[in-house]
Structure formats: C-alpha cells, structure tokens
Write a protein that binds this ligand. Structure first.
Ligand code: AP5
Length: 210
C-alpha cells in the first residue's frame, strides 16, 4: 500500500483518523518480534530475508493472539497471503462474530512494484517510509527523536534478488486468493498506480462503500 507522503502521518495513522480502523500488518508484527529477539522473530527472519513467506501456522497464531480480546474494525495489511491463511481467518472471524466486509486488491504492474520496493528507505527510529524517487527524504526531523534527522536504512528483503523472489511468491502462493475472494463476492479491485495520495483516496472510498 502507499506511503505516508512527506509531511503527513503514516498510513496507519491516517486510516485510524479517517475511518476509525485499526491497522494490523503481519509484516510489521513479524518485524516487531524480530526486534524483540523472540524465537518467533528469529524463525521468521530467515524466511523474510529471502523474500519467502513465513509458515502459515506461525502467522495465523500471531494474528489469533493479536485479535484476542477484540480489535474493533480492522484493516489487515499483507494478510491473508495464502488460501490456508484465508480459511483460518474466516474461521477466526466466525469465532468472534466479525465478518470480512471487503477485500482490497491493489493492482500494480510487476516492474513498478520492483521499482517501489527497490527504492524504499525507512527510518530506523520512527519507521517512516521514503522512496528515493517518489518521496525522497528532504531532511524532515525524526518523529521519534526530537531535533534529530531520520536514520535511514534499506530492508534486507528490498534487495533486488529478494524482491524478485517476493514477486514470484506472490504469483504462486498469494494470487490464488483472488479466486477465493471473488467467489464470495468480497473482492474490490483498486488501481494502485498514480500518486500515493490518489491511491489512498481510492482505498478510502472502497472501504467507505463496503
Ligand atoms: P510485508 O511487510 O507485508 O512486506 P510488503 O509486502 O513489502 O509490504 P510493506 O508493508 O513492507 O510495504 P507496503 O506495501 O506498505 O509499501 P510501502 O508503502 O512501504 O512482508 C514482509 C515479509 O514478511 C514477507 O515477505 C513475508 O516473509 C513476511 N510476511 C508478512 N505477512 C505474511 C503473511 N501473511 N504470511 C506469510 N509471511 C508473511 O511502499 C513501498 C515503497 O513504494 C515506498 O518507498 C513508497 O514510498 C513507494 N510507493 C508506495 N506507493 C507509491 C505510489 N503510489 N507511487 C510511488 N511510490 C510509491
């Protein structure tokens, strides 16, 4: 999904403010486990660095844990990524009595995805995302350390070989989800090209219409 854009809050913050949605991104949860040095994080790292998916059981268990006690209206980001994950999510949501209202598919050509990932830079401290071409860092102060500049780094899985593998993994393991959700009439296709703000507006409209 799109970046925050210079001078704006993160996408999660915008979704929370605009739509009252909690944002659960399994990639972020996995990176938090890694940063905390947990066994789950160490197990996930070798899959993530190569651009492979983390085993379904690990991801499903993590989401189940996150939903314990209820989470209100949620936007899942990067989850589910396989048909078994989608089936597990459906089961989980039946358990807590919360249906899937809509599934958003962001359509972006493969070469554009490679360009976006290969040019992404993140701040180690505040997590803000930049892009060397479309959203370059212009000396904005870090939001986690008053007065300091952002401390930028590239993710290991944004290296070209890992990016290529992630895109192949999408084709083989995640694309089958399109049929799964289209069959249930829950799929909404969104044009993911254009500026980040344009894409964000389309996402917001699709969620409001769901
Ligand atoms: P994950 O963290 O989900 O990686 P991802 O798919 O790359 O998603 P991100 O959230 O990192 O990127 P984004 O889509 O938010 O893009 P961004 O806005 O930064 O997953 C990482 C790994 O964790 C997986 O490979 C897997 O190993 C594991 N994992 C996670 N979930 C899993 C699951 N369910 N099952 C199994 N394993 C799982 O944008 C990217 C760049 O593009 C930025 O630089 C941005 O500035 C730029 N950009 C964005 N939009 C635009 C635009 N419209 N125009 C120009 N540039 C743009």
């Amino acid at each position: 999904m799109g970046p925050p854009g210079a001078g704006k809050g993160t996408q999660a913050e915008r979704l929370k403010a605009d739509l009252g949605l909690a944002h659960i991104a399994t990639g972020d949860l996995l990176r938090e486990e890694l940063a905390a040095g947990t066994a789950l994080g160490r197990e996930a790292k070798r899959h993530m660095d190569a651009g492979d998916l983390v085993p379904d059981a690990v991801v499903i268990g993590m989401v189940r844990e996150r939903l314990k006690g209820g989470a209100g209206n949620v936007l899942f980001d990067g989850f589910p990524r396989t048909v078994p994950q989608a089936e597990a999510l459906d089961g989980l949501l039946v358990e807590i009595g919360a249906p899937v209202d809509a599934v958003l598919l962001l359509d972006v050509p493969r070469d554009e995805l490679a360009r976006r990932l290969g040019g992404r830079w993140l701040c180690r401290a505040c997590g803000r995302s930049y892009h060397e071409v479309s959203a370059p860092y212009a000396g904005e102060p870090c939001r986690a350390a008053a007065g300091a500049a952002c401390d930028l780094y590239q993710r290991d899985d944004d290296r070209p070989e890992a990016v290529a593998n992630r895109l192949d993994v999408y084709d083989t393991q995640t694309a089958p989800l399109v049929g799964y959700y289209e069959a249930g009439g829950r799929m909404r296709r969104i044009d993911g090209q254009g500026t980040a703000d344009e894409v964000y507006e389309r996402i917001q409209a699709a969620i409001r219409a769901a």
